[in-house]
Design a protein around this ligand. Sequence first.
Ligand code: SF4
Ligand code: SF4
Ligand code: FES
Length: 730
Amino acid sequence: MVQEATKPAAPPNTVTLTIDEREITVPKGTLLVEAAKSAGIDIPVFCYEPRLAPVGACRMCLVEIEKMPRLQTACTTPVADGMIVRTNAEKSRAAQSDVLGMLLANHPLDCPVCDKGGECPLQDTTFNYGPGISKFIEPKRTFPKPIPLSPLIALDRERCIMCYRCVRFQREIPGDEALTVIDRGSHSEIAVTEGRDFDSPFSGNTIELCPVGALTSIPFRFRARPWDLTKVPSVCDKCSVGCNLNVEYRNNAVLRLTAHPNPPVDDGWLCDHGRFTYDYVNDKNRIDRPLIRRNGQLVPATWDEALDLAAQRFRDTADRAGNDAVGGVISARATNEELYLFGKLFRGALGSQAVDHYPRTGSAIGPFGVDALHGSIEALERMGTIVLLGVDPLKEQPVLNLRLRKAAKNGARLVVVSPEANDLDPVAAHALRVPHAALPTLAATWANLIVTEGLHDAEFIGGRTAGLDRARATLVDFTVERAASVIGLSAELIAAVGRALAAQGPSALLFRRELSGTIDHAQWFAALNDLSLLIGATKEDGVFGGLVTQNNSQGAIDLGIAPEGDASPFGGKAPSALYLLGVDPLGDGRAEALDGVDFLVVQELFLTDTARRADVVFPAVSWAEKEGTYTNLERRVQRIRPAVRPPGEARPDWRVIRDLGKRLAPNGFAFTSPTAVWQELAAAVPAYGQLSYGALGRGGQQWALPHIGDGNGGGRFTFRSGDLEGGAGR
Ligand code: SF4
Ligand code: SF4
Ligand code: FES
């Protein structure tokens, strides 16, 4: 007897429906358009964008649903069990074609001169779903050709199809009312809100979101057609978020940067600073050959002359004045491979400890015993509570700011504590104005309040931590009344916010590493450590860490590019011979850093004030010209790739360091590529050794923190306030 196969039951919280004769099971609440996409069925859309709330404005996605009298918009209709949907039946196709016909009635036949031509969803959708010929012979609506919405973005109103993506993006993602719709019906127009400028730091995203050529990039307009550009996926180097982007170039010139979505990092967004800062790569004034000082003047030299001179003087100085008399400072924007080689050059080839990165990241070792963020950027979306102490992500990590707004929208209680108004204040449950100097007191006060009132998770604290009693004794004097008198906020408010932090649910604590003013940083980190344990930010589902600022500050920390003892080339006694890579102390108002320097080597893109003072100048290469890896603020190591060739005789920075190394040490610098440097680096740094090099180029990989159970104190995390000398009242 043949048994009929029984269908496996659908997983809970799913819905099974049929689209174009195909049975599909998707999570409850999925929109039809997404359900179809998951099965490879394309439904044409214009106004729908998965990262924005659906509005059903354009009617492009009309589909037929059995038992429903009229066609429905797939972008606003959630799936239902047993639903039978046809996206390509005669009625749906006719409706899609009619919508396109209406959109094209007023759309100019601009494609040959439109910047969007070749990558235009309206062009592509018309080709796939459109009527072929127009029914309309009437004159089209016309407007004067593009008006600037800002110095970066032009609006061509004739081309606009009123999908509202631009307005919705600004309102929903950065929370900005700069764009609006004026007039009604067929006279509607996108415009800048009266009395406002379109100066959003995220405005460039609207260019990519616009499904037609209505919003175009002023720096890019008419510079190239999309099909003439070559795209190289890479990573932005302008801050520590590490957003992914495409470097698009033609004739060896970078012409634009576009998003290359890596959702866990950037959600597909770029900030304008990252998107539009590339002209310097193409600048004709870049240094394009080595220079050496002769008779008081910097004059062109061969690579061998410049490298020989630098190596000889470094060696002579070390022999004459000691190894630490030769120092080096490398930009925190350099790749991991460059940082590693730089460290090896000084520590290995020259035996000098005077090596540092700039700007230097203050150390912030957490309860895990390592200086890195616990958790991830993406995990912030799932937090119940997020505490921000002294940080200003909009200014320093812009796309992280968007993630924090998203977290607030998902229901996270944001507690923003900063000395000045913060962009996140309007979405915060509590926004407190507290000067940097008072932050350690506030953190210690909240820790004391939570432990005194027993608001912490006793099971976690009892089972996974050590030293609470000692810490409690140290914290006992940090009362809310005392904090109120120091900070100038009411004791009731301080207590209410402190209690809110202890609410159960995943928690995040993000803090500024270096506070301005006279701060006891030991107390600051001890209080942060203890507060993070008490609010659960160090649990598996929490997030805890001090935000770094530069694109590879974390790499410099991981690779130990910082001096031991007081050998710092900056801030301490300046070395006699100094090598600066991508660092300009004169331009940064730190002239004293060069006091006492007899021999200066500078590797730079441009002849900066510091480079003009140098004895040897090496041309540096930009991030768009190099290969290597960066480590972002969440420990994610990502690969960058070269798009364009550097100017003139400029060579990759790693090669210059290697060639100096070869001149100073008989062995150890025989690398033939950045990948070869990575292999040695990964063998030397255990956390990096766990990473797969292939994965670094496909969205990157976070290096693993020590297992959460391996915290100090015999597998437990240790409360730190009890370690402070002098105890409370410090
Ligand atoms: S300008 Fe572009 S994004 Fe904005 S409404 Fe018009 S078509 Fe849509
Ligand atoms: S947030 Fe940072 S990494 Fe991302 S685009 Fe802006 S500057 Fe670049
Ligand atoms: S895409 Fe569905 S209505 Fe616009």
